[in-house]
Design a protein around this ligand. Sequence first.
Ligand code: ASP
Ligand code: MG
Length: 418
Amino acid sequence: MLVFKFGGASVKDADGIINLANVVKQYDGQQLLIVVSAMGKTTNALEKLTKAYVDQTEDMHGIFDSIKKYHFDILHELFEANDPVFDDVANTFVEIDWAIEDEPHDSYDFIYDQIVSIGELVSTRIVSAYLNKAGIKSQWLDVRGYIHTDNSYREGIVQWDKTRASISKDIPAMLQKGTVVTQGFLGGTSENFTTTLGREGSDYTASIFASCLGAESVTTWKDVPGILNADPKYFDDTVKFDELSYTEAIEMTYYGASVIHPKTIKPLQNAKIPLLVKPFTHPDAPGTVIKEDGFNKFEKPVIILKQNQVLLSISPIDYSFVSEDHLSGIFGLFAQNQVKVNVMQTSALSFTVCFDYYEERFEKLLRNLKQEFKVKYNSGLTLITTRHYDENSLKELTAGKTILLEQISRNTAQIVVR
Ligand code: ASP
Ligand code: MG
């Protein structure tokens, strides 16, 4: 059997969904499980809605209305007005009405997952209904009963044994009856609350299913020809890799290459299942294959940009040296506040850390740190990571920028710039 994952960009409009059906048609006769993300930029919009609700700002209903309009406009392009999918979608949105009815009292991360998850619940309703309409027998599956997580909201930790048991119990029989369409990015707790697996987590979902079902391969269909050495949004002359090893792919995602979610590779590597990254506009093109003996040839350095970074320096209030004791306390606070360190550097009197800016988590971390340390920070920075770099490429990458921190090893250079 095969696992496909379609990301937000591939289902951003009616044409995208029609194209998805055409891609799937080419795999007629194969057992197929399809993981779908929220459509277009829906997850970002739902994040805004969550914030508006928690802050009880006036734009809350406006944001929600435009999310609904976006989906219903697409529905009208794809279906007759009396199609039952309209009710399915409307009923799914009602969950948000319930969630935002009262004033917020739960934790931000909990509320986030209950609201943001609607993006995938809706997109899969639409895709599944459209596949059926296009003559491809499709079954909609609520992933929350299959991918079991703990209750770390916004970063659900998968409970593998339980997940494997649920998936292998029901899904093989379903696959015999037709294609299965399910939500990326979501999980469920033992109390039946919804969790999310971290932004861009749908790839990880695909890899969980593939691992539990012993899939032949996973294909993630993207708006790029495959894995490129750099993001074409920021760089002109990118090159595509035909093959990559699991190891290089893990390194790339660890440093923030957004082309695949960082947790995706491990389950595939353990089960030796290849991951294909292919363009949804050219389903026959070879794309990139990530596999055990993938051959890495780096004609150009791999470049990974992370925007919206904070660089924070922490020093003991009494001018004492930064000791192991301090460090263990500091790391404890980072872990507690779910702030992941991208780069760090210690000097005698300070410890400097670079991480992604998330307002809520950052404010809390800052309050905690300030109880024991002097803290200084810069925000709005960019972290450039480059692998297999050369002197010239480093110069080009940093030209005209102010370097705030630099860490260079044999294969990898990390530079924080403004
Ligand atoms: N829709 C989610 C996101 O945008 C998950 C995904 O796309 O993989 O983060
Ligand atoms: Mg997405």
